[in-house]
Design a protein around this ligand. Structure first.
Ligand code: BYC
Length: 315
């Protein structure tokens, strides 16, 4: 019997339009499957590469309380990677293949993690701004059309909002501290501001995937809409901290009902995405080293599973 792809396609779109989720065993267009493998794996890679700049600060946290909180945050990110890799595997790709794509430089991960975290204030700015930007983008993903991704995002968003608050609380402490501490917070805000705005992706007119992603309810808002929402939410928080705005062009626009802001350096964005940011090489080599050094753990886990299997068969 001949399969009528056009009819399947129409039914598929109607299902999405009616708000139903798509599950791994449902029929889906090949492009939908590939788009999700691309996005979910990029997201998973971002989570585990995102552990690196903060992991570096666990031993240098200024108190036991800060150390424990930072440790918990970094562990959460490892967990997010696991849920996301699992969701991605339901689309018929193996975890080994996903890691191979990351290690060979074929797969992307968020541009933001190619910037260095050089002071303790960066732990505040990363939690506040980077996790803040991540939540803004990810809350809408709890309603995305692919069921396993949407469900994984619910827990991820809850944890990200704890991360965002711990970051803001670090900034608040520094801003209420000595002049040197406040200066450290300001300098960190200035460095992380623009890369955080870039996290939302290219301008709408340069975004290749947005139009289709909106039809399939992967994206409920465009990159520029989310970026604006982030600026509108964050400017009052900067004021509350008593810090100077990191961009002199930020100004409330009564007519638009939004803050105006300055031009983003898109050349820098594409350089970082293309593998030539300040820490791209360092991040990839740290991931590869972790993979190689972890080989014995994978072998031991597999050997244990095989042993269990043979014992079950023997019974
Ligand atoms: N970095 O058509 P577009 C986190 C690529 S961190 C690198 O707009 P799309 C965390 C894009 O992949 C955040 N590449 O694409 C927080 C595409 O290239 P390909 C991770 C980027 O997919 C704290 C091309 O540019 N979050 O969670 O419609 C600690 C054209 O872009 C970036 C997610 O991944 C970028 N910033 O929209 C630890 C959320 N932006 O693939 C972890 C899920 C764009 O054609 N992802 N590109 O070669 C998304 O929502 C969307 O994929 C994006 C991009 C909004 C990021």
């Amino acid at each position: 019997m001949e399969i009528d792809i056009n009819r399947l396609d129409l039914e598929f779109q109607a299902k999405i339009d009616s708000g139903k989720t798509i599950e791994p065993k449902d029929w889906m267009p090949e492009k939908y499957r590939k788009t999700h493998i691309r996005q979910i794996s990029q997201h998973a890679h971002s989570e585990i590469v995102g552990m690196l700049p903060e992991g570096n600060w666990i031993t240098r946290a200024p108190s036991m309380r800060r150390k424990v909180t930072l440790l918990a945050k970094v562990q959460d990110e490892g967990g997010h990677g696991l849920y996301l890799y699992s969701a991605c595997e339901t689309l018929g790709i193996s975890r080994d293949e996903l890691f191979e794509q990351l290690h060979s430089g074929k797969a992307k991960y968020s541009s933001i993690f190619n910037y260095p975290a050089v002071t303790w204030a960066d732990m505040g700015a990363v939690g506040w701004l980077v996790d803040g930007a991540a939540i803004m983008n990810q809350v809408m993903l709890t309603r995305t059309s692919f069921g396993p991704y949407a469900r994984a995002m619910v827990r991820i968003c809850k944890e990200e909002s704890f991360h965002q608050r711990q970051g803001f609380e670090i900034m608040l402490s520094l801003c209420n501290g000595t002049a040197v501490q406040k200066h450290m917070a300001q300098e960190s805000l200035n460095r992380w501001w623009w890369p955080s705005l870039m996290m939302f992706g290219p301008r709408d007119e340069e975004s290749t995937h947005t139009e289709q992603a909106i039809k399939w309810k992967i994206k409920l808002k465009t990159n520029d809409e989310l970026r604006q929402q982030f600026v509108d939410q964050t400017v009052p928080q900067i004021e509350l901290l008593g810090l100077e705005l990191p961009d002199p062009a930020i100004k409330w626009n009564e007519e638009r009902g939004h803050y105006d802001f300055g031009a983003i350096d898109w050349d820098e964005f594409w350089r970082v995405v293309g593998g030539n940011g300040p820490c791209n090489r360092e991040r990839l080599s740290a991931r590869k080293e972790a993979w190689e050094k972890g080989a014995w753990v994978r072998e031991a886990a597999l050997a244990y599973a095989e042993k269990q299997e043979s014992l079950r068969e023997a019974v």
